[in-house]
Design a protein around this ligand. Structure first.
Ligand SMILES: C[S@@+](CC[C@H](N)C(=O)[O-])C[C@H]1O[C@@H](n2cnc3c(N)ncnc32)[C@H](O)[C@@H]1O
Length: 406
C-alpha cells in the first residue's frame, strides 16, 4: 500500500523553494513579501488549471489536476514560476473530461509569481495601508496582500462572477476574508474609498478616472497600460490633487489580459479596396510593429489601431493597419529588400504618424519604456518621453474606450 502524499508539508517545501528562487532572481526584495509567499498556499488557488505546452506552432494548453497528473506533480506545477490559466474565452472549463486546448483566448489566470511579487514590491505598501485590487482572478495575489496587510485592509474586484466565487472559496479555505466585489473594476469602489494603493492585474487602455479619484493624494496607482496591438508596460502613478496623477513606466514587459470591457471589437472592420488611398515608398516595414522598442512606439502613436497580415488575391504579402475609431488605414506591401510600399487612406495618415513617432524615438537613442512617463489630468492622459514637457502622445479618450465611465 502506498502512503498518501502529505500535501501540506510538500506544499510548504515548494513554497519555500519558490520564495528562495524569487529572492535570488531579485523579484522578492523585502522580508514581508517573502514571508507572504512562504505562507500563502498557491495550490489552494489553482486546484485545476491549464498550462502552456512548449511546442512549436499553435499555442496549446494542457490540463493539470491532482487526478490527471498525480498529487505531487500537480503541486510541483502549482509552485512553478508560471502563469496558470483557469478560464478561456470567458467560459467556465468543463472539468469532467478536460482536453488540451488550442486557439483559445485566456481570460483568467494565476499570474506568473515573479510578476505578482514585482508588482507588490513596486506598490510600496506600509503597515496599516488599505489596498484596492482590480482583477481578483484566482485570489492568489489577494491572499498575499491579506497576509501582508491584514484582510480588513484589502478590497478586490472581479468582473466574472464564476471566477470571483472560486476566489472567494479559496480565500475562505486559507482563512482570509477580504472585501470581495463582483463588478466592473474600472468603476472602482466608491464605498471603500479613499485607498492608499490601487493595483490592477488586468490591462487598461487608459487609467480609469475612478482609480485616480478613489486613491488618496500621495497614494499610488499601479497598472499595466496596453492597447490592441500590444502592452505598453507597467506604470506607477503618484496621485496628486484635482484628479492629477503622474508617474513613470517601471517596466515595459508585463502583458496582462486586457480589462474585459475594453477588449477589441470582434470585427476587424472594413478591409480597404485595392485602389483605396494614396501610395508612397517607405523604409519602415511591418516588422517594426512587433519589435520591442518600435512596437511600443507603434502602440503609442496609433493608439486605436490593430494590424494583421494576409496575402492579397495575387499572393502579395500585405500587412493591414486599421483604425477602430475611423476609416483610417495603412497597407504595407514589400517593394525591394529594404523598401516598402505604404498605401494610406482615411482621416489619419497612420503610417505618417507612426514614422514621426519613430523618428523622435530614434533621435533620442531608442530609449527603453522606462524612459517614458505619463501625466493624467481630468481632461487628458499623455505618455511623454523624458519629462512631462518632452514629446508626448495621447492615450485613447474616454469616448474611444467605449464611452465607459472610467
Ligand atoms: C490575470 S487575471 C488576475 C490574476 C490574479 N490577480 C491572481 O493572482 O490570480 C485578470 C483578471 O482580471 C479580471 N478582469 C478583467 N476585466 C476586469 C474588470 N473590468 N474588473 C475586474 N476584473 C476584471 C479577469 O476576469 C481576470 O480574472
Amino acid at each position: 500500500m502506498t502512503a498518501e502524499p502529505d500535501i501540506d508539508s510538500i506544499a510548504a517545501d515548494l513554497r519555500y523553494q519558490l520564495a528562495a528562487r524569487l529572492t535570488d532572481a531579485g523579484h522578492l526584495r523585502s522580508p514581508q513579501w517573502r514571508a507572504a509567499v512562504e505562507a500563502v498556499p498557491r495550490h489552494e488557488f489553482v486546484r485545476r488549471f491549464y498550462r502552456e505546452t512548449d511546442a512549436p506552432g499553435l499555442t496549446t494548453w494542457t490540463p493539470v489536476t491532482p487526478e490527471l497528473s498525480g498529487v505531487k506533480e500537480w503541486l510541483r506545477q502549482a509552485y512553478t514560476d508560471e502563469t496558470l490559466i483557469t478560464q478561456f474565452d470567458g467560459r467556465e472549463i468543463d472539468w469532467t473530461d478536460p482536453q488540451p486546448i488550442s486557439g483559445a483566448h485566456p481570460t483568467s489566470s494565476s499570474t506568473l509569481p515573479a510578476l505578482v511579487v514585482d508588482m507588490l514590491e513596486e506598490l510600496q505598501v506600509h503597515d496599516g495601508m488599505n489596498v484596492m485590487e482590480i482583477g481578483t482572478g484566482t485570489g492568489y495575489s489577494t491572499a498575499l496582500m491579506c497576509r501582508r496587510l491584514g484582510a480588513g485592509q484589502v478590497t478586490s474586484i472581479e468582473t466574472d462572477p464564476d471566477v470571483a466565487d472560486r476566489a472567494r472559496d479559496a480565500l475562505d479555505r486559507c482563512g482570509y476574508a477580504p472585501r470581495l466585489i463582483i463588478g466592473d473594476g474600472l468603476t472602482g469602489d466608491p464605498e471603500g474609498a479613499p485607498y492608499d494603493r490601487t493595483i490592477a492585474t488586468c490591462g487598461v487602455r487608459r487609467i480609469p478616472r475612478s482609480w485616480v479619484r478613489q486613491t488618496r493624494p500621495g497614494g499610488i496607482v499601479l497598472a499595466t497600460l496596453r492597447g490592441w496591438m500590444r502592452s505598453l508596460g507597467l506604470v506607477r502613478l503618484a496621485i496628486g490633487h484635482d484628479e492629477r496623477a503622474e508617474g513613470r513606466f517601471v517596466s515595459g514587459d508585463p502583458s496582462f489580459m486586457i480589462a474585459r470591457q475594453q477588449d477589441a471589437p470582434e470585427s476587424l472592420g472594413m478591409i480597404p479596396a485595392p485602389d483605396d488611398g494614396a501610395s508612397r515608398s517607405t523604409p519602415y516595414g511591418p516588422e517594426l510593429l512587433i519589435q520591442p522598442g518600435s512596437g511600443f512606439m507603434a502602440q503609442l502613436a496609433m493608439s486605436a489601431a490593430r494590424f494583421f497580415s494576409m496575402p492579397a488575391d495575387d499572393g502579395t504579402p500585405c500587412t493591414y493597419v486599421l483604425n477602430t475609431t475611423d476609416d483610417s488605414f495603412a497597407v504595407l506591401t514589400p517593394k525591394s529588400d529594404d523598401e516598402w510600399n505604404v498605401r494610406q487612406g482615411g482621416p489619419v495618415a497612420l503610417w505618417d504618424v507612426f514614422e514621426n513617432a519613430l523618428d523622435i524615438w530614434r533621435a533620442a537613442d531608442s530609449p527603453m519604456p522606462t524612459e517614458f512617463g505619463i501625466t493624467v489630468t481630468a481632461e487628458d492622459q499623455r505618455v511623454w518621453l523624458g519629462s512631462p514637457d518632452g514629446p508626448s502622445w495621447s492615450l485613447p479618450t474616454r469616448a474611444e474606450t467605449g464611452g465607459h465611465p472610467a
